[in-house]
Design a protein around this ligand. Structure first.
Ligand code: NAG
Ligand code: NAG
Ligand code: NAG
Ligand code: NAG
Ligand code: NAG
Ligand code: NAG
Length: 933
């Protein structure tokens, strides 16, 4: 039916598709020039790209991440950059109409064709189409597109100075580096954040196409919304799992669709290649530039999609065709998808739940396919300040690390950018749920009509674009708007507080909620990332969701929580952690590894207090465009060193690089221990009245090389945090809870399996040379336990003063379990679960450490490293690998007893050393933090 032709281009190595009635020219590739008139610079460019990247490729600038380039390259952002195409080849001369389609322009752009202005843009997150039929008529033989990108910081400053522009009290408008980010629909962290640089890049950051129609009856699909839900499903209510599935397909198109068009569908199981449903879509309607229809599939026919750890990731392909009344195919779209329901339960606690011992209030947890589960994961930030250099390979490595880390959910933090489909695709395949958010963060935003109209376009486009991905778990309105911004504005302007609440509701509830519901029946919506939920939803009210705000009763729980406390005195005090239904943010920053620092800073800067190292720490952010705010940066550096001094041996090595590296390690030890303490506490909550069902720590990965909260460094190297999280996010764990004020120690087994687990716990006290402590210090050696579905069981409890410990500084309790249970959706097969943990009755800097004589050897035959401690207990055992390779050890950051041998593999994800990295693998432990060498 289609005839495909490919044209070779002079310099655009683009694919040109000519179908019978249309001609599509892909504008990606090189064949562009990037220039600044004011600076007299002109270099070869690409699409998609951003000016910094093309200047880097042309060697006009050094790597933007090097040294203090975050500050030194400000001249780029202060100027306009124009992307000009070479004459576009392969255009049709007899087309009836022509359009240019941009999937993303960043951000303030004037688009010209052959010198004629054809439009302007002001939203990085929208897809734009412009009718160029007239403009092209005159220059079809040498058509040149030119995209003039303005300086975002300058443009928003101009908007701010306009007396007609909105203003807010000072408090809530959080400035990281460049001010006035709330006036632009551009990635907010481009203007700086406390974990990243402020490059404010510009450019055509997504693909672009030129589309020509030769016939009147011809359409080109722009965006497709595939919504799969249980019949009768309503976003904020629990779906009825016995209902059949509805597959609703809605295609936005360019061109003219004849009135009597119809749609057909074919749904195919991608594993068996079996077609489970085909035929005409029912109730087809054409509304504006969209055509929509739906079909029903029997409840039990599709195999369900599950997140990792809870079942298989069954995927289906859905092919939708649009036909005219003579059954001629006009367009054809295929999406890969899955059948699942995902629901954020914020309903009031029921009597039945109360009877189970759950505290009153409201739920705050996710249910997949009707099942409660424990969400384990972290927060995803933009993986690079320059999205065009985020590759699929890099994201594959990152998501592999997520799954290897036993994480089943990421919160895709607002305000970076909406994720490209290829990242959702990876998440669909690997079973990682993505809690997604609209891009608003830590500020109040304008509510004038043009701004709201612009936001509406962005919301509709992105909700429709990603709705078919089974990994999509939630839409949230913005980051910390309700939990942080409203209190700040209340403090700043108490008289007008209800006005400001109205402003909040206008944008996040009255505008956005209906747009989500109109385009998705399958996804729940909450107006802000952390909140107390809603009182009720009334879709016909002007404010369709009535937020609970502070209408709470003590003893009841309603909310998800976020928690940061940089007073490290209470880092391990459980009493200071929030008690809620779900923890969606918590953390403390640490230094990246020496190897990662070496990628970004010069040799002379490799010490803790070098200007470059300090100024790359943006916690606390400078708060202005002044680039050398040592005061704020030093406060954050101090928080890390003070925490180390409080709890860990302080490195003092002769060699300055070794000393720097040891200090970086020490900050990571504190970070890992602190997150572990919180994750264990939150997981324990699954068996307590708060029925706590999720912990997502801040943050998964780094945007660049700097001190941040990340568990995975910029190039993919795991910090101690990610190894720790991998361990503590296992389904069945044993955890000690020590109240160092009261001297009380309690040990619990925690399971997030859906079936009962049974097993034995072993509790063994040894001294630091590894010798058993007499009579096991009064602690029983073993105990049997049973833990119910998604629950906890306390297996031991004591006061430390009741134990016979000869020397508390020379004692360690090794806790381990061996348990049997069934995996979720794993049939009747019984699996064995083991876990080991440890507890010391003093903090690490008070321990009477001995040199464990830990060493590592490599067995080339089975590609395994063997680690042994010959002389004592090796604490914080750390296998390290050199630069040039990316990957992870099976296990790292562990305790090893004398006489134990651990065989560990390294999973290579990328190797630029030709295998030589193996020679550079080393092992060290807490003991090495105390030695001068
Ligand atoms: C810079 O770009 C912006 C956005 O396209 C435009 O409004 C402005 O006129 C441009 N300025 C110059 C000097 O090109
Ligand atoms: C089509 O519309 C009718 C009437 O509203 C409804 O009963 C039917 O379920 C719809 N079909 C599908 C597949 O949604
Ligand atoms: C339309 O679908 C058929 C399969 O039915 C496929 O072979 C063809 O490539 C599709 N055409 C387009 C333009 O996607
Ligand atoms: C939930 O409980 C609150 C009281 O906390 C009540 O005001 C509200 O109406 C209840 N919502 C629903 C949907 O029943
Ligand atoms: C909820 O609290 C807000 C203030 O936070 C108040 O204005 C409102 O009247 C309360 N609503 C209900 C139903 O109690
Ligand atoms: C110890 O328990 C008390 C009482 O529950 C609590 O207030 C305190 O925060 C706890 N301290 C630590 C160190 O966990």
């Amino acid at each position: 039916m289609y005839s495909w032709k490919t044209f070779a281009l002079v310099s655009l190595p683009a694919i040109i598709q000519t179908v019978l009635a249309q001609n599509v020219v892909d504008l990606s590739g090189d064949g562009w020039t990037v220039s600044s008139k004011a600076l007299n610079i002109s270099v070869p460019g690409r699409l998609p790209s951003q000016a910094h990247l093309d200047l880097l490729a042309a060697k006009v600038i050094d790597e933007p991440y090097h040294g203090l380039n975050d500050f030194d390259l400000r001249w780029i952002v202060n100027n306009n950059w124009t992307y000009t195409s070479d004459p576009i080849q392969g255009l049709s001369k007899n087309s009836k109409s022509s359009y240019v389609v941009f999937n993303g322009l960043d951000t303030f752009t004037t688009v010209e064709l052959c010198g004629q202005i054809i439009g302007t843009t002001n939203n990085q997150f929208r897809q734009y189409t412009f009718d160029i039929s007239k403009a092209l008529g005159k220059c079809v033989d040498d058509a040149v597109l030119s995209l003039n990108f303005g300086s975002a910081p300058k443009i928003v400053n101009d908007i701010a100075e306009d007396p007609n522009s909105q203003t807010w009290p000072y408090g809530p408008q959080q400035i990281y580096e460049f001010p006035n980010r709330w006036f632009m629909r551009k990635e907010q962290s481009d203007f700086g954040w406390d974990w990243g640089p402020a490059f404010a890049p510009v450019g055509p950051w997504q693909r672009a196409y030129l589309v020509q129609f030769d016939e009147d009856e011809s359409v080109y699909p722009l965006n497709t919304d595939l919504d799969i839900f249980r019949q009768g499903q309503i976003n904020h209510l629990a779906p009825d799992q016995s209902q059949p599935w509805v597959v609703n397909a809605s295609i936005d198109f360019l061109g003219n669709l004849p009135n009597q068009s119809s749609m057909t569908v074919e749904v195919k199981d991608l594993e068996s290649a079996k077609v489970i449903k085909s035929g005409s879509l029912e109730n087809v309607t054409i509304s504006g530039q969209s055509i929509t229809g739906s079909i029903i599939i029997d409840a039990d026919v599709p195999k369900l999609w599950w997140p990792t750890g809870l079942g298989k990731q069954n995927l289906y392909s859905v092919n939708v065709k649009i036909q005219n009344k003579n059954k001629k195919e006009l367009a054809n779209v295929t999406k890969r998808t899955g059948f699942r329901t995902i629901f954020l339960n914020q309903l009031n606690i029921t009597d039945e739940q109360l009877a189970q011992g759950i505290a009153p209030g409201a739920n705050w947890h996710f249910e997949v396919n009707g099942k409660e589960f424990y969400a384990k994961g972290s927060n995803f930030i933009p993986p690079d300040a320059f999205w065009p250099r985020v590759t699929e390979e890099k994201m594959q490595r990152l998501f592999t690390a997520v799954v290897a880390g036993n994480q089943n959910m990421l919160r895709v933090w607002s305000s970076g950018a909406y994720l490209p489909d290829f990242i959702y695709d990876i998440a669909d395949e690997l079973g990682v749920l993505l809690w997604s958010e609209f891009q608003f963060s830590d500020a109040m935003y304008p509510t004038d009509q043009p701004f709201l109209d612009n936001v509406a376009e962005e919301i509709v486009y992105n909700v429709r674009r990603v709705n078919h991905h089974p990994s999509l778990a939630l839409w949230a309105g913005g980051n910390e708007i309700e939990s942080l911004e409203l209190p700040l504005i209340k403090a700043a302007d108490p008289q007008h507080y209800s006005y400001w609440v109205g402003e909040y509701e206008k944008l996040y509830i009255s505008l956005i909620l209906p747009l989500v519901y109109e385009n998705s029946r399958s996804i729940s919506y909450m107006p802000s990332s952390t909140n107390n939920g809603y009182l009720y939803v009334n879709l016909s009210a002007p404010i369709p969701m009535a937020e609970r705000y502070d209408n709470t009763t003590s003893g009841s729980y309603y909310s998800d929580t976020d928690h940061y406390n940089y007073d490290s005195r209470v880092a391990f005090d459980y009493g200071t952690y929030p008690v809620g239904r779900f923890a969606n943010e918590f953390g403390y920053h640490s230094m990246p590894s020496l190897q990662t620092w070496q990628q970004a800073v010069d040799h002379d800067d490799l010490h803790f207090n070098s200007s470059t190292v300090v100024l790359r720490n943006h916690h606390y952010p400078p708060g202005t465009t002044d680039t050398h705010n040592f005061k704020n940066s030093s406060m954050g550096m101090g928080e890390m060193t003070i925490a180390v001094e409080r709890y860990y041996p302080m490195p003092n090595k002769h060699d300055s690089i070794a000393n720097f590296s040891a200090w970086c390690d020490a900050t990571q030890m504190f970070q890992a221990d602190m997150y572990k303490s919180q994750i264990q506490f939150y997981r324990l909550g699954s068996g307590r009245p708060e029925r706590q069902l999720g912990s997502l720590y801040w943050q998964l990965e780094d945007i660049w090389q700097a001190p941040t909260w990340a568990g995975i460094e910029y190039d993919g190297r795991w910090k101690k945090l990610h190894y720790m999280a991998r361990d503590i996010y296992q389904p069945v764990i044993i955890s000690p809870f020590w109240n160092y004020t009261t001297g009380h120690l309690s040990v619990s087994v925690i399971s997030d399996l859906w079936d009962t687990v049974r097993g034995t716990v072993n509790l063994t006290w040894v001294d630091l040379s590894g010798k058993p402590i007499a009579r096991n210090a009064g602690t029983p050696k073993t105990r049997k336990f049973t833990v119910g579905s998604l629950n906890t069981t306390e297996v031991y409890s004591t006061k430390l003063s009741d134990l016979s410990l000869p020397d508390k500084t020379d004692a360690i309790l090794v806790l381990s379990i061996d348990a049997q249970g069934r995996l979720p959706n794993g049939g009747s097969a019984v699996s064995t679960f083991t876990h080991r943990n440890q507890f010391t009755p003093v903090f690490p800097n008070k321990l009477s450490l001995v040199d464990p004589k830990v060493n590592v050897s490599f067995n080339a035959k089975n590609q395994t490293f063997t680690v042994e401690a010959k002389n004592g207990v090796s604490l914080y055992t750390w296998l390290d690998y050199p630069a040039g390779v990316v990957g992870y050890f099976d296990e790292n950051h562990f305790t090893l007893l004398p006489g134990e041998r651990k065989n560990i593999k390294f999973h290579v994800q990328k190797d630029e050393t030709d295998g030589e990295w193996v020679e550079g693998v080393t092992v060290r432990s807490l003991w090495d933090q105390t030695t001068p060498e």
